[in-house]
Ligand binder design. Structure first.
Ligand SMILES: Cc1ncc(COP(=O)(O)O)c(C=O)c1O
Length: 405
């Protein structure tokens, strides 16, 4: 049985700050004690660099660092050598765009959607500017879900890549990735998946989805900041040029400038990596797998429906994605600027995100530039939702002005 009270005790931020209602999990998540212990264990017991030392603490660090590849491989169903560690999903998407750019030419097409985060837009825009590739937008329904039939009709010989968020960060649409890869592969296009908002919220099986590349950030799944995971089918990773060059990723180089890179995945990990972060990510992954990603997903969906059911009757708000089954709830309070409403909620110890959420072209779809986003996670409760909805129901223009006086 899903025991949320037990789970809450694992998170020092919740234990130390019972007054806070944290509904900003789309931005980052709280960390359980086991992740904190993994970090401090590295600092207090075996600090050393990796793949550079022959002494006992360095060997222990090597094993722990490499061990994370095994854990992630188990979590998303791939081979450990298909996993590279970068700084975050932003770095991962930049790496993929840079790597694939070597195979693109003027007139090739990349498909993305209006609902993408800046990290899955700007690296492709750069290729448009530098190479003259076309960027085209996949049609979405009013809650941001890909319209599969229309996607099918977009394919012609020029389409080389389709890059999409698995779960979008404002509307929380869960895109039908399996169907998308089927269509893309039939048309010889590669599929890149930004799993930033999906990882740790639902079970991801990259083999079943048949995606070519997928990435996520550790900090959005209870792990440390500063670590991103790049998954790629091995033959694609082996062909891909790394964005960063330096120590750790080359096998040898000589005075004449001849360089031999290491095989994937090490070739993508130039310089000293975020060793303790990677080790902490293994602890986070094990923690979530022990609870069960299906259980977390089911619990979150229940919570989300509860939140929607409580919010729908409120007359002072407009919700943009009531029908989506999971993900964040995005809304505005009528006549109130989103940031002001979020500041008001902050005076009640409620943490939500407001603004455009780095999805600046999304207003083309929903017609508003700014919104408030309540994003839930495995440790949130119905009691918190009751308090949140009660406070949201009280927000008026006058109330928000009064907090600034
Ligand atoms: C869908 C999506 N992609 C990419 C990112 C960027 O994540 P990071 O800042 O960890 O690189 C985010 C962050 O909110 C996101 O929600």
């Amino acid at each position: 049985m899903y025991d949320v009270e037990k789970i809450r005790k694992d998170f020092p931020m919740i234990v130390n700050h019972p007054e806070l209602i944290y509904f900003d999990n789309g931005a980052t998540t709280y960390k359980p004690q086991c992740v904190i212990d993994a970090l401090t264990g590295f600092y207090t017991d075996y600090t050393s660099n990796v793949e550079r030392g022959e002494y006992s603490t360095a060997i222990r660090a090597d094993q722990a660092y490499a061990g994370t590849r095994d854990v992630i491989a188990r979590m998303i169903n791939c081979k450990p050598k298909e996993i590279a560690f970068l700084a975050n999903i932003t770095a991962v998407l930049n790496q993929i765009a840079f790597g694939l750019s070597r195979e693109l030419k003027k007139g090739d097409t990349i498909l993305i959607s209006y609902a993408e985060h800046a990290s899955n837009v700007l690296p492709w825009f750069r290729l448009k500017k530098e190479l003259g590739v076309n960027i085209r937008y996949i049609p979405l329904d009013e809650e941001g879900n890909v319209i599969i039939d229309e996607l099918d009709r977009m394919f012609d010989d020029s389409v080389r890549i389709i890059s999409l968020a698995y779960v979008t960060n404002v509307l929380g649409s869960v895109q039908p990735i399996r169907k998308i890869t089927e269509i893309a592969h039939k048309n010889d296009a590669l599929v890149v998946v930004d799993a930033a908002q999906a990882i740790g919220h639902l079970k991801i099986d990259v083999k079943d989805l048949d995606v070519d590349f997928l990435g996520f950030s550790s900090h959005k799944m209870c792990g440390p900041d500063g670590v991103g995971v790049l998954y790629g089918k091995y033959e694609l990773l082996q062909k891909m040029e790394p964005i960063f060059l330096g120590g750790g990723m080359n096998a040898r180089f000589d005075i004449d400038g001849n360089v031999l890179l290491k095989d994937a995945p090490e070739r993508f990990e130039a310089g000293t990596p975020h060793i303790e972060g990677v080790i902490g990510l293994a602890a986070a992954s094990e923690y979530l797998m022990n609870i069960g990603l299906e259980n977390i997903h089911a619990y979150e969906n229940e919570l989300r429906s509860y939140l929607i059911q409580k919010m729908l009757p409120l007359e002072n708000i407009e919700i943009y994605n009531p029908a989506n089954p999971s993900g964040p709830v995005s809304f505005n309070v009528k006549d109130v600027f989103a940031q002001d409403a979020a500041s008001y909620l902050s005076t009640k110890n409620i943490c939500v995100r407001s603004g455009h959420h780095c999805a600046k072209i999304l207003h083309n779809l929903i017609g508003v530039d700014q919104s408030i986003r309540a994003s839930l996670y495995l440790y949130n409760t119905e009691v918190e939702i009751d308090r949140f909805v009660d406070e949201v129901s009280r927000i008026t223009l006058e109330e928000t002005i009064s907090i600034f006086l």
